[in-house]
Design a protein around this ligand. Structure first.
Ligand SMILES: [Zn+2]
Ligand SMILES: [Zn+2]
Ligand SMILES: [Zn+2]
Length: 543
């Protein structure tokens, strides 16, 4: 069971524009507009003082006079202090005048009207509770961009390997490709036509621009990131803008940092074009440099300057995993094939397979018994970067299903019915086994997981979203008086129970699994009581 392809901007919970706390004052939307109405934000902030303005602040540079501030410590005994013999920390819970900070950010950008909605985070989770400058949030909101936990804007995609392309496939004009160094095609002829075949350079990337996807394409998002970075440079830092893009096509030639989850090393890539798919097309060596074996894995890109200016490890949550995973702590600028995972060294680079390969296959020989040119044979020679061959051409990399129906079908019922329909049609697939896997790995897990969570659940205020381990005795929210709700509903538990039972019956899964479902149903009924008269077939997806 694979997973559907993906190409979308990364959004943290609540889609914040900036890593700046709005506390409970931000309301359900975690917005500054809401907090400003309450005139304050109570959250953990660093302590600093501006000697010129003689007032406390939270920034290393004063938001009013732009002088460097003096950072202070918080001591349980002495309060905010420069130094004392006690144990102290760099932050404390403070109530800050949010209107002042928002106004100062607007002023520093010389913005007259603020975006309608600027969203922050409930609280920062880094060690010293260092927030981003609020001005970045105003600009990101203006450009409709969401911030990742390290201060960058990420675009996530499914990885696909590619070694060759034609200009028409990636919609980049021939003249532009020649400027980027693609002067000749694979036969050595000068590039003049958009249908000539070119060999992809190992650090060039082709990003997704699918018209079928319901998510925004990478060129739209990165175009706005470029606008955001330019605004940030010119209006916040007082520097020259860098990108100054006239159109999305102008992204071609610019650098990105690509990184895969779970690792802390990014690699520099250059955008050469956009495909009509939702895939992140790059050279097999490039995927290997991201420590992935590609084909279905997920990686992301950020625009180079966004990462250089806005990334900081200080924003990262103070947990071991968050500090080392998925953040570009190390950057590879030049890809050295001998240094990447050796799986990519076993890439076939021949233009055709010898007859011995087919004869060997007939005799059941091991693959290594037949000699085929591999990338690994060419390490540390010019051939490690170019001259890779392929055996079968395709008419276009954009042809085929570019958006799986798994993503467009609205309900889980339709997705599952579609999957079972396919399983029945494809002779190589055992439909009964698919049914078993879906029940075991998805439906049953969901039902049991939610049933367990029901008994340990938290309670939530409908108004301010405050969470409670136990419902307050007063019967309403102790913070705002709002109504208290369950966070796990009965519906979320029984949702997949009848579908699982009907699926099990239709595909006659093992008696063991049927009994497991039966017992689960009994356990659910023991919690919520037995369903009274129920309309026949309701909740059953199959049968
Ligand atoms: Zn000042
Ligand atoms: Zn002290
Ligand atoms: Zn409340």
């Amino acid at each position: 069971m694979g997973r559907p392809e993906k190409a979308k901007m990364r959004k943290l919970t609540g889609s914040p524009h900036v890593l700046f706390p709005v506390g409970w004052e931000g309301g359900r939307l975690r917005s500054f507009q809401e907090a400003i109405l309450k005139e304050k934000v109570v959250a953990d902030f660093p302590l600093a003082v501006c000697r010129k303005c003689n007032r406390n602040t939270i920034y290393p540079v004063c938001e009013s006079c732009h002088e460097k501030t003096e950072s202070l410590f918080f001591c349980e005994t002495c309060g905010a202090i420069q130094n004392c013999p006690h144990e102290k920390k760099r932050y404390s819970e403070q109530s800050i005048p949010i209107k002042h900070f928002f106004g100062a950010a607007m002023k520093s950008l010389d913005e007259q009207s603020s975006p309608d909605l600027v969203k922050g985070v409930r609280g920062t989770s880094n060690k010293d509770h260092i927030p981003e400058n609020l001005a970045k949030g105003i600009l990101r909101a203006k450009h409709d961009l969401c911030v990742n936990k390290d201060g960058t804007v990420r675009y996530d995609m499914s990885e696909l390997p590619l070694t060759h392309f034609t200009p028409s496939e990636i919609k980049t004009p021939v003249a532009r490709l020649i400027e980027l160094g693609y002067s000749t095609d694979i036969h050595g002829s000068p590039l003049v036509d958009e249908h000539q075949m070119l060999e992809l350079r190992p650090q060039d990337v082709i990003l997704p621009k699918s018209i079928e996807s319901t998510d925004e394409s990478s060129d739209s998002v990165l175009f706005r990131v470029a606008g955001f970075v330019d605004d940030l440079l010119s209006r916040f830092y007082g520097e020259e803008p860098f990108y100054q893009l006239g159109s999305k096509q102008d992204l071609v030639g610019h650098l990105v940092i690509a990184i895969a989850p779970h690792i802390s090393a990014g690699i520099v890539g250059r955008i050469v074009g956009f495909s009509g798919t939702q895939g992140f097309f790059a050279h097999p060596l490039f995927h290997a440099a991201m420590r992935r074996d590609a084909d279905g894995d997920e990686a992301c890109v950020m625009l180079m300057l966004d990462a250089l200016i806005n990334f900081s490890r200080q924003y990262l949550p103070d947990s071991r995993g968050a500090k080392t995973m998925d953040s570009p702590l190390v950057l590879t600028s030049r890809l050295i094939p001998a240094e990447v995972d050796d799986m990519a060294h076993r890439l076939d680079v021949a233009w055709s397979y010898p007859l011995e390969l087919y004869e060997g296959a007939l005799e059941g020989k091991q693959p290594q018994e037949v000699k085929v040119a591999l990338l690994g044979h060419r390490l540390n020679t010019p051939g490690q970067y170019e001259g890779v061959g392929f055996t079968h051409a395709v008419s276009s990399i954009n042809i085929g299903v570019t958006c799986s129906s798994y993503k467009t079908l609205p309900s889980m019922e339709e997705k599952l019915k579609g999957q079972m329909l396919l399983a029945e049609k494809i002779r190589a697939v055992d439909a009964q086994d698919v049914a078993r896997l879906v029940i075991e790995k998805h439906l049953l897990k969901d039902v049991r997981g939610n049933l367990r969570k029901f008994s340990t659940q938290q309670f939530r205020c409908i108004n301010c979203n405050a969470k409670f381990r136990r419902p307050p005795l007063i019967g309403s929210c102790t913070k705002c008086g709002g109504k208290i709700l369950f966070t796990i509903s009965e519906g979320s538990i029984v949702k997949y129970l009848e579908p699982a039972i009907s699926l099990a019956a239709k595909y006659a899964v093992s008696p063991y699994l049927q009994q497991v479902l039966d017992l689960t149903k009994k356990r659910v009924e023991s919690v919520f009581g037995k369903e009274k008269e129920k309309q026949e077939g309701l909740g059953k997806w199959f049968g």
